[in-house]
Ligand binder design. Structure first.
Ligand SMILES: Nc1nc2c(ncn2[C@@H]2O[C@H](COP(=O)(O)OP(=O)(O)OP(=O)(O)O)[C@@H](O)[C@H]2O)c(=O)[nH]1
Ligand SMILES: [Mg+2]
Length: 347
């Protein structure tokens, strides 16, 4: 028997409170896995994140006690005695899989989930894909953020690439940030502090994306916009720059990728511009035009702009570039479960 679908096309007045309620209804989670991921969560909390709940997950009890987060979850205590996964991603994965109950409870009802991990150790590499998978099964849009190890961490590279392959499989979009870029950005800092710089960048990207959809803006972006870009999927990267001049900021941003990857011809971009009270629509448009010249002519571009008094006299650009997985002749190989090359990208 056929059935007829009846759609009611109605109308309603929208009151101010409805809009406020809508924001409250949007549940955004930021989950850090393993040492690096949890450090990024702490940093995010220090920056004063609004509009999202932070969760720190680790197998290392001592490290976890030092982390600032709304919720902290120790996984695999019975297996690791709370001393970490010792660089074994398999163990990290098992620890997460043995914590399905609390993880499900934490992940429940989220509309948007960020999963952050440093790839190359045990806990983050093994647990982040499990958590991304669970978040998606719970109906959330998932954007994961992973760092690749330094070249001097040689032995960790293969495990990291395998982890990235898995994480990419279970996320709508995987944002990759290369720790090696820190050698260009802050060559003289000790490793610990250089990691701090990466944590700061990751936090600013995540905070920027969340604020782009939750704070009132000059040109509004909303959750649906962000979801469209995230769902477009594939490998993504972030470009980030700051300058007082609209043309110079484009140049700075395009020359400051956090992954050594050729992003020309990419098929999607979410561009968010923050500036002081003198940020005009014209200036913002000029920046977007400059930023999109290198994209595929049919690329899906979404942009927003926001005035922030802390940005007085400056223009700050943050662009998430998606759909760049099909780059030829890459140097970095993402491995699948069997150790075969699944994606080859880089240069
Ligand atoms: N951004 C950032 N990356 C880090 C930090 N610490 C380590 N990393 C990177 O992340 C990778 C994984 O390290 P951790 O996160 O400490 O490892 P883990 O996930 O805790 O794994 P186990 O300690 O083996 O259980 C390293 O190989 C580094 O490249 C950090 O504080 N911040
Ligand atoms: Mg650890």
């Amino acid at each position: 028997m056929g059935c007829t679908e009846v759609r009611l096309v109605g109308w309603e007045y929208v009151e101010d409170e409805d809009v406020a309620e809508e924001f409250q209804q949007l549940k955004i989670l930021v989950v850090g896995c393993g040492g690096g991921g949890c450090n990024s969560i702490s940093r995010l909390n220090s920056l004063g994140l609004r509009g999202a709940e932070t969760v720190a997950i680790n197998t290392d009890r001592r490290h976890l006690t030092k982390i600032k987060a709304d919720r902290r979850l120790l996984i695999g205590a019975g297996l690791t005695k709370g001393f970490g996964a010792g660089g074994d991603p398999e163990l990290g994965r098992v620890c997460a899989e043995n914590a399905l109950e609390p993880l499900n409870e934490i992940l429940q009802g989220a509309d948007l989930t960020f999963v952050i991990a440093g790839m190359g150790g045990g806990t983050g590499t093994g647990s982040a894909p499990v958590i991304a998978d669970m978040a998606k099964r719970n109906g959330s849009v998932v954007m994961s953020v992973a760092t690749t190890p330094f070249e001097f961490e040689r032995g960790r590279m293969e495990a990291a690439m395998r982890g990235i392959g898995r994480l990419g499989e279970f996320s709508d979009t995987l944002l990759i940030m290369d720790n090696n870029r820190l050698l260009d950005i802050v060559p003289h800092l000790p490793v610990e502090q250089a990691f701090g710089v990466m944590d700061q960048l990751i936090s600013e990207v995540v905070k920027g994306l969340i604020e782009a959809i939750t704070e009132p803006s000059l040109i509004n972006l909303d959750f649906a916009d962000l979801r469209t870009i995230i769902r477009q999927g594939g490998i993504s990267t972030v470009l980030y720059g700051e300058n007082s001049d609209p043309d110079a900021v484009v140049e700075d941003t395009l020359n400051n990728p956090l992954m050594d990857i050729d992003f020309r011809g990419a098929t999607g971009a979410l561009i968010h511009i923050t500036g002081g009270s003198n940020l005009t629509l014209k200036k913002a448009t000029r920046v977007v035009e400059g930023m999109t010249e290198f994209l595929d002519p049919n690329a899906n571009v979404i942009f927003g702009a926001r005035v922030d008094e802390e940005c007085e006299g400056m223009i700050r650009v943050m662009a998430v570039i998606t759909g760049i997985a099909e780059v030829e002749g890459g140097e970095i190989e993402v491995l699948d479960e069997a150790g075969e090359v699944a994606i080859n990208y880089g240069v």
